[in-house]
Structure formats: C-alpha cells, structure tokens
Design a protein around this ligand. Sequence first.
Ligand SMILES: O=P(O)(O)OC[C@H]1O[C@H](O)[C@H](O)[C@@H](O)[C@@H]1O
Length: 552
Amino acid sequence: MAPILQLFERKAYPKLVEDAATMRSIPIESLFVDQPDRSTTYSASAAGLTLDFSRQAVTDDILTHLVALATEAQLRDAFAALRQGSTVNATENRPALHTLLRSNSAPEGLPNEYAAVAETRRRMQDWSEHIRSGRHTGFSGQPITDVVNLGIGGSDLGPRLVNDALQVFDGKIDAHFVANVDPAALQDALLGLSPESTLFVVCSKSFGTEETITNARAARSWLLQAGAEASALGAHFLAITTDIQAAADMGIPEDHCLPLWDWVGGRYSLWSAIGLSCAISLGWHTFSELLAGAQQMDEHVEAAVPGQNLAVLMALLEVWNTNFLGADSHVVLPYCEGLGYLPEFLQQLTMESNGKRVDVLGRELKSDSAPMLWGAAGTMGQHSFHQLLHQGTRTFSADFILPLTTHTGMTEQHGRLVANCLAQSRAMTVGRTEQQCIDSLLARGAGEERAQALATHLAIPGNRPHSLITMDALTPRSLGALLALYEHRTYFSSLLWGINAFDQWGVELGKDISGSIYEVMQNTRPSVDLDTVTLKHIAAWRAANDRAKQQD
Ligand SMILES: O=P(O)(O)OC[C@H]1O[C@H](O)[C@H](O)[C@@H](O)[C@@H]1O
C-alpha cells in the first residue's frame, strides 16, 4: 500500500500550486482558441457514459501534473486492493466490499463472502418474483400491491433514487419510502394504502437506528389497528440487516430476514439486499441490469489508465477545483427528472465519506477535504439558484448530467431540456461582457445612459469550471454505472486527501445527545447535565403539548 500522505505532502503539489496561480488569469473559454477540439481530447468514455471535461480549467501540463498525483497515490493499486478486501476502513478495521455486491465471480481469497452475496441475490430474486406474482399475501389473503421501505441514510437514499429513476421499467408494485422519524412522513406514505396489501421492508444495517425502529413499530401498530392478528404480522415484514436477532426480536420471521455484512458501508449498500424494495417494485431483471452497469464501471476503473479513467479524472478534477482553484461547493445538475434524488444521494455518498478533518493517521488536515455538495434537477434550479451560479461571489465547480434521449416519446419537450442544459453549460463558460450588454441594450432601443448604468448588473463573468456527463439514455445499466462512478470518484479523492472514506464518527454525537434529551423529556432521567437553552425548549415543548391537549 502507498504511504498515507496529505495533499500538500505529494510531489506534484508545488507544481500544481504554480499552475493554479497561472490559471487564475486564463479564462477557460480562451483555451479553446489553441485547442478547438478540446471537447474530443478532454473527454473519456466507459460503460455507456461520456465525461466531457473540456470546460474545466485544465491544460495538458496541468493534466500531466494531476496524473502524477494519481500515480504517486497509486490509485489503481488501491482500487484493486479495495476489490480484494483489504482493510481500507482503518478506524473500524474493515474492508469496504461494495464492488463484490455486483460481481459475478469470487475475488481471490473471498469465496465465503462471494457465496453469501450470491445466495442473498438468489433470495432477493425469489422474494421479488414471489411478491410480484401475487403469491405472497397479507393477513387477509390479499396479494401485496405496495411496499414501504423503512430506512434512513444509506438504507433509504439509494433505493429511493433508483426507484424514482427507473419507474418506467416496470412499476408493477408501488414502492414508498419513509426515512424521517417525523410521524408526518409515515402518515403521508400510508395515506391511501390498504394495510391488507402493504408490505414493509425494514432496512437497517445496525437494526438500532432510532428513526427506522420507531417507524417499524408504528407500522406494526397500523396493521394491528386494521385488524391483523399479531401472529399474522410476519407476512407484512421483510428485514435487511446485519443483526438478524434484533429483527427476530421485533417479530420478523427468520426466513423474512436477508443479511447484510459489516464490510458493506451504509452509503455503499444499494447493491445489497438494501435494494430489495427496488427489486420488488421494478422487477429482478431491472435490478440485475443496475448491478451489471455498476460492474461494468468497476471493470473500467480497475483497467483504464489514469488519463482515460473516468473515476480518476473526476477525483483529480475535484481536488484541482477544491484545493487549488478554491471551489467551496460542488453543484450536481442532472437534466433529467428521474435523477431528481441524485444530489441527495451524492450528498451522503461524498459528504459523509469525505467530510473529514483528520487524515488516516489522525493528523489534522492541512487543506480542505470534501466540498459541500448540492444541486437539483434542471430546469427547476435555473429559476431559483442559478442566479447565484451566474453572478454570485461564491466559487464552485459543477457536473451537468444529461441523458440524450427520453423514454417518454415527447421529443419536443426533451429537445428543450437538452437545449437548456447546453445553454447553462455555455453561459457558465463564456458569460457575457459589459460591452456585450451595452451593445445589446442599445440595439433594443435603450438610451446610452441607461445602457451604461445597467451593464454591470447584466454582465456575467462565466469561467465556471464544470464537466458534462452524458449517456444515450437513462437505463438501469447507465444508472448503475453512474452511481458506481461517483462511488469510485469519492474513494479516489479520499486517497488524494489521505483520509478514510468509509467511517462516519461525526454522526454519533448527535444521536447520543438526542437519546439523553428524549429521556429527560420523558422524565426518566434527571436533567442536571443539560444546558439552559435545551431545558428552556424542553419546557416550551411540554407547555405547547399541554395546551394542544386542552384544546382537543
Ligand atoms: O442502516 P442503518 O444502520 O439504520 O444506518 C442508517 C444510517 O445512519 C447512520 O447514522 C449513518 O450516518 C449512515 O451512514 C447510515 O446509512
């Protein structure tokens, strides 16, 4: 394994600092003068996806220095080690074997893990087909029509995204997703559902997550209130977890529990039985195509040289934009309604993985780690936050994601969508000068004085670095490849920063404090160790609820 180094310790670092200083005075658009075919040369394709990074602030020299960074960090060796089960998650002393979940053969040394994955996949297929055939019935003998996924974080975001994106491929059974412990989430999801034909898939790696367990208990009560006998509840639940005993303790029969393993990170678990709600709602063929697309990307990432390797290039661009050009956020702009949940999925994938302040050795980071990630499906964002993207003072990088065809048959609308995507990419590159604004205002009959006065308000600097990721169509395969690509980008960036992408200790403190506060709210624990602000708001909660009760 390569030594753990922070970015500033890498040999190519000083050269890249110089490159960045030079690049600050060179507009991206001007790079096309000497390299009119940048869009061809600064582009790479694999697994049905094309990454066009010609509108990034990079030159041949900069790419050479960035690739040197990748070579020094031994990214390809690290990827092979990840796939072979090395302990890449040092603080939890675990491998991260999400690639095994979509593999069709056992990597050397992992026959047992592969056998467990293959057996679980077979059981997922059985459950999916059994439920879709109508043979699985609820407490009154009715076939299942709706599945409700109860899970949060990695046990929710991936399945939610995939289900939404691929609905068109065979939504025979409706899937619903409940993550929040806010009772309104469960209540909204259950509105209009019949308890007799609803199945809950409780997804929790730990089976101890407050939100999921609370919602699962509420789901049980909903079924009991609808007349189900306690002994018949098992038919309405499946569980996906590493803790089968905890699921059994909740009354879920053992043969309704599918395993998960500690070597799968929550945010990398979509490919495991955590994807079961999707496999049920979309059908096994669609789910296996999703796995196949991800596997194709795995093969590409393992084999391709750094300069043609989509995940390596995207990691290098992330580090270049964040650490050398000063981007403080990364915007994800899918021009595709089906990818509406992609920004949320990527928020967990990238910010929970790489939102770290110390390196693998525990040393404080000397430079920034993951940028904040945000975004929304186009064109909606154009009518809200794109103003900031075009004229705000913040520095950001962006990914546009564009399927080139639509499954809807509505080609005119889709053509407009494509035009909007390309327009935003062009506007973010070329912008609009003050003189162009003046000329345009004068041509439209404005007086000289007004044209001069408005010019600075209308001008757009452009020069916003971004990539375009295109695909022929959004299919199970291209979606699988896209999500796997971002997984590997995330891992490679972590290696360049010297951090662990697979732990998430920062989320624990809030859970602990929330447990204590809840006990104080229930009067089962003294409040002595709580602060005055918390106590004031607990008192307000109590008073508001007393008032609400009196009004009932
Ligand atoms: O699947 P579970 O064990 O219920 O965990 C659900 C989620 O909660 C945790 O707090 C982590 O932040 C996430 O990485 C995880 O995906």
